[in-house]
Design a protein around this ligand. Structure first.
Ligand code: XMP
Length: 508
């Protein structure tokens, strides 16, 4: 199988680079910059991409690599810090730029295999404070911007290319084509990688790792843990036990649906633990969003650990963590945006042979593709993502059983109307939020002072960014009318028109 190495120098978009390569049907593997050159040579890559990084090449404590890598005959593409590193390694001059470039910048290029089929001027995404002041000998400058005299350079004889901008982010026009050109024009890849290869490789790795031991997985019923369960079920069948903790914060009738699906369609052991009242008691009086998340996450795992304590053998612990969970939980230097509850500490008396996160490198849409290829029913794979803390992060302020019921009923109306109008599969996510605000209304001849409910609906590819969905007014009108008529204690419906950023998908 042809492979591209993404050599990781600590940039924030490194997984995205690997993902864009996979989108081009070529397998990409990420290795840290500490990987020895001998190891890299052994793995016979078709090409190597140096990632960006937060550092400065002339600070000797920043990640560097032996310049010998440029002479092993494998094409190299440097991105941002990776571009400066190539310059530094090959004897060029890197300096603090007189003008830092951030955001969308116009680039002009000259002929290069890297820019094949790309107009001479394009807008690219820049984020740098250093720049290449003098390109190394043997390198030709093939791209410039108003403030960056060397925004792209190449040494065609040695097959080394470098760009100061980030082709992997969607804000870079033709970024996809730049990576495509590197893979196909420069590395001469054939493009024979598909998701099936990911499944085969993962199943094989899981079998090797797990052997004859058992695995336990906390199932939320969402897409990620379901796909992880499907993958593990394919790998080890009944050695897998899925524990489904029903915390009473699921959507209407959802717990039963999850139980039905997993007990009838998968080869595994399934345990459902109903503990709604316990959760409600733990959340009594709590209003702070992060505190709610923490309690729901902690209690979820307390229930889960109790189940594990009942197991006789020590086994592996599996989670449906996907890549965006890793960065949003503050992996590396990224700031904690929200505490996604998948990343946890294990109590001292609960011991595992190890943690298994088979989807940790994938983005949501890739996870869905894996799910489909595994033969998991479309209705489950294309189900909307549902946060681990459930309706708990969609009820602003204190959570009570009454509020959960109001929200479940309003949400069920929204889902019903969206399904009837064919939106269920076409929108990434839609749901109702109960902001805990009462407003004055009039019903019949009576003044009311009841709940406002908000509708949130977004379009997105990867949930890192999102736009609010342009749902036709007629559908919104129908939903509003039905909610106010059918759901007691709601007298007003509003629609959230905020993108991410600056908002997030969920309200808490
Ligand atoms: P945000 O609100 O962070 O949501 O823009 C992005 C996606 O993640 C889901 N989400 C969560 N999933 N645990 C999860 O497993 C969480 O705590 C959590 N918070 C948000 C959200 O529904 C959306 O799909």
């Amino acid at each position: 199988m042809e492979k591209i190495l993404v050599l990781d120098f600590g940039g924030q978009y490194n997984q995205l680079i690997a993902r864009r390569v996979r989108d081009n049907r070529v397998y990409a593997e990420i290795l840290p910059y500490t990987t020895p050159l001998e190891e890299i040579k052994k793995r016979k890559y078709k090409g190597i991409i140096f990632t960006g990084g937060p550092n400065s090449v002339f600070d000797m404590s920043s990640p560097h690599y032996t310049a010998d890598i440029l002479g092993i005959g494998v094409p190299v593409l440097g991105i941002c810090y990776g571009c400066q590193l190539i310059s530094w390694m090959a004897g060029g001059e890197v300096k603090t730029a007189p003008v830092s470039e951030y955001g969308k910048i116009e680039l002009t290029h000259t002929a290069s295999p890297l820019f094949a089929n790309i107009p001479e001027r394009l807008v690219v995404w820049m984020s740098h404070t250093d720049y290449i002041a003098v390109a190394p000998e043997g390198f030709e400058i093939v791209g410039t911007t108003a403030d960056c005299p060397c925004a792209a350079m190449q040494n065609t004889a040695k097959n080394i290319y470098a760009v100061q901008f980030h082709p992997e982010v969607t804000h870079s026009e033709y970024g996809h084509q730049v990576l495509y050109n590197f893979l196909y024009e420069i590395c001469h890849c054939k493009g024979d990688w598909v998701m099936d290869n990911f499944i085969d490789t993962s199943v094989q790795k899981l079998r090797e790792q797990i052997g004859d031991k058992n695995v336990i997985l906390g199932l939320s019923g969402g897409v990620d843990s379901s796909v992880a369960a499907g993958l593990l079920s394919r790998a080890v069948g009944k050695q897998l036990t899925c524990v489904f903790v029903d915390q009473g914060l699921m959507r209407k009738d959802e717990g039963d649906m999850v139980e039905r699906t997993f007990t009838t369609m998968f080869d595994m052991n399934f345990v459902r633990v109903n503990c709604g009242e316990h959760f409600m008691a733990a959340l009594k009086g709590v209003t702070d969003p992060e505190e709610k998340r923490r309690i729901i996450g902690t209690e979820f795992f307390n229930v889960f650990w109790d189940e594990i304590r009942k197991q006789s053998d020590r086994g592996y612990f599996a989670q449906g963590t996907i890549y965006p969970d890793c960065i949003e939980s503050g992996k590396g230097d990224a700031d904690v945006i929200k505490t996604h509850h998948n990343r946890v500490k294990t109590p001292d008396d609960v011991e595992f042979l190890g943690i298994i996160e088979p989807l940790a490198d994938l983005f949501k849409d890739e996870v869905r593709r894996v799910g489909e290829r595994l033969g998991i029913p479309r209705e489950l794979v294309w189900r909307q993502p549902f946060p681990g803390p459930g309706l708990g992060v969609r009820i602003i302020g204190e959570i009570t059983a009454e509020k959960v019921k109001i929200l479940q009923d309003a949400d069920a109306v929204l889902r019903d109307e969206m399904a009837k109008n064919g939106y269920e599969r076409n929108l990434a996510q839609f749901f109702c939020v109960l902001p805990g605000v009462n407003t004055v209304g009039v019903m019949g001849d009576h003044r009311t002072y009841e709940n406002l409910v908000a509708i949130r609906a977004v379009t997105t590819d990867d949930f890192m960014t999102a736009d609010w969905a342009r749902i036709p007014y007629d559908i919104l009108a129908k939903v509003s009318n039905r909610i106010t008529n059918e759901v007691p204690h709601i007298n007003r419906v509003v629609y959230d028109i905020t993108s991410k950023p600056p908002g997030t998908v969920e309200w808490e």
